[in-house]
Design a protein around this ligand. Structure first.
Ligand code: VTB
Ligand code: MG
Ligand code: MG
Length: 363
């Protein structure tokens, strides 16, 4: 195919959601991040979560769309969660939008003032994001070179159930490296003890994190980030949000739903109790005892054609700086926003509250 020459050929047409809502989505995650940042390090993760949820809901309800939360915060009736099934937006206009959300990804990180807390959201056309419960997903996330390698070598595929070494060898070949030059990010949890041991036995390097495996997942698709693979069981909302970003950036997510009692090695009684509690709700979403273990790929997790994604740093972390508060309500925020047309934007935004009190700061 000849190289595109004109601007029209180079910049793909954005879909209606990207056209109308991408700049607004940025404000949604920025507002949530600023609200959370006022609670940074105060030790109250629930309150930090609550204020970011409230800020996000306020901003979402200003947008002309018929929006619905499809995954993220649980299917709860009580405030302050943005709960699965909640309708948001003014209801005006033609846009019907599905939403995946994590108003404060890394509530512990925010409450402790440690790196890596973000506010994050993805939107897509109806049916464009996996609609599921807020349980865990076991997952593997890799970048676009791996997809390219798989296409050229149809017998070598990343596989959620294969030994870690199999998957790392494919990533190493795709990136033209050795396995011991790779970095795998995984949440430090008892449930990952065996997996962490297995990764170390391959010779690969491990980055154990206390929380927040969403941005590392996104980072696998960004060369120079220093992350080559993310493994392990975390929130299903986080996995879908990762998939939304990966769908835009290129790369691959394989994931499977897991009940927390199963992932965390609960007793047979605990597992039975959780199943009794949760399966009826899961079945309404089409998830049964038969298909709950099915492996889903990026396409299944984020089938949308008009996806938009925005993440804003709360505390400084991978790819994003944290919120800076300048006094009198002024704030500077750092975000990554992207859309299916292939646009990826890092933005550095200052909100001026009262110019008479505080002038704009350059640095
Ligand atoms: C995961 C991870 C998140 O919480 O959801 C984790 O994806 C939950 O796992 O980034 P635990 O129940 O073991 O804490 C985060 O770390 C933060 O939301
Ligand atoms: Mg959260
Ligand atoms: Mg989270």
């Amino acid at each position: 195919m000849p190289h595109p020459k004109t601007a029209e050929e180079m910049i793909k047409c954005a879909g209606p959601i990207e056209c109308s809502l991408l700049p607004r989505l940025l404000h949604v995650t920025e507002a949530a991040a600023i609200a959370a940042s006022y609670q940074m390090g105060r030790g109250d993760k629930n309150y930090a979560d609550q204020v970011s949820v409230e800020a996000m809901r306020r901003m979402l309800n200003c947008l002309d769309m018929k929006g619905m939360i499809k995954i993220g915060e649980g299917e709860r009736d009580e405030a302050p969660m943005l709960f699965i099934g909640e309708e948001v937006g003014t209801g005006e206009g033609d846009l019907e939008v599905d939403i995946a959300v994590d108003p404060l990804e890394g509530t512990n990180l925010a409450a402790n003032g440690t790196p890596g807390a973000i506010s994050v959201m993805a939107m897509a056309e109806r049916g464009g994001l996996f609609h599921g419960p807020d349980i865990y997903m076991d997952k593997i996330v890799v970048g676009s070179e791996v997809v390219k390698y798989e296409k050229a070598h149809p017998d070598e595929k990343i596989d959620l159930d294969a030994p870690v070494l199999h998957n790392l060898q494919i990533v190493a070949k795709a990136l033209n490296r050795t396995v011991d030059e790779l970095v795998v990010v995984i949440l430090e949890r008892d449930r990952h003890k065996d997996k962490i041991k297995e990764i170390r036995e391959t010779g690969a390097r491990v980055n154990l994190i206390t929380d927040g495996d969403l941005m590392p997942g996104v980072a696998t698709a960004i060369r120079g980030s220093g992350v080559h693979m993310v493994l392990g069981a975390g929130g299903s909302g986080e996995a879908v949000l990762t998939a939304a970003a990966i769908k835009i950036l290129g790369g691959k997510v394989l994931a499977r739903l897991v009940l927390p009692t199963v992932a965390n090695g609960g007793s047979p009684e605990e597992i039975a109790k959780e199943k009794a509690e949760k399966m009826p709700r899961l079945e309404k979403m089409g998830i049964t005892e038969e298909n709950i273990n099915d492996v889903m790929d990026t396409e299944k997790l984020a089938p949308g054609k008009d996806i938009i994604f925005s993440a804003t740093g709360v505390t400084p972390g991978l790819l994003l700086r944290g919120v800076n508060l300048f006094g009198d309500g002024d704030a500077r925020v750092h975000s990554i926003t992207m859309g299916s047309s292939g646009v990826v934007k890092f933005s550095d935004t200052i909100y001026i509250h009262d110019t008479e009190k505080t002038p704009l700061r350059f640095i």
